[in-house]
Design a protein. Structure first.
Length: 153
């Protein structure tokens, strides 16, 4: 059972139950949204011309967390007009297809804008194997370190 705990509800992948007053009351998955603090998922900093997104979690697998992460990352481009972004995967060990889709969506958004660039860095051997297997290394710019990534023209 895949559970997502919140201070007020428990989600088991299909149903959610409240805790505290009214314990056991059921709500639908559509009613349940745990708003993650994005600092639990990634940190942001500005380095040179780039907005650097450093993932701080070893797993980018949870669909609910990834949906909120995607919204936060898309805001960088759509609302904050960040055009040069580095995504640092040093701490990430597990990546879902949904997470790869987010990276590709960001790449597509940026490729349609002038003076823009998405660079991935510090991708570990397991993730690099996945990226090469899917041939995304031909589509994405990947650098070994954050220092090298922020120096990409």
């Amino acid at each position: 059972m895949d559970c997502c705990w919140d201070s007020q509800c428990v989600y088991d992948g299909e149903q959610a139950y409240t805790e505290g007053p009214g314990v056991g009351a059921m709500v639908t998955a559509g009613d349940l949204v745990r708003h993650w603090d994005m600092n639990e998922i990634f940190n942001r900093q500005h380095v040179g011309d780039y907005e650097v997104v450093e993932f701080v979690t070893p797993s980018l697998m949870d669909p609910i967390v990834l949906e909120q992460t995607a919204q936060a990352l898309y805001k960088l481009i759509d609302e904050e007009d960040r055009r040069k972004i580095v995504m640092d995967f040093e701490r990430v060990q597990y990546l879902s297809s949904q997470a790869i889709g987010i990276v590709l969506a960001m790449n597509k958004k940026l490729s349609g804008l002038k003076n823009s660039k998405l660079v991935l860095c510090s991708v570990g051997p397991k993730l690099m194997e996945l990226i090469k297997l899917t041939r995304l290394d031909r589509v994405l710019t990947i650098k070994p370190t954050q220092k090298e990534a922020v120096n990409v023209a």
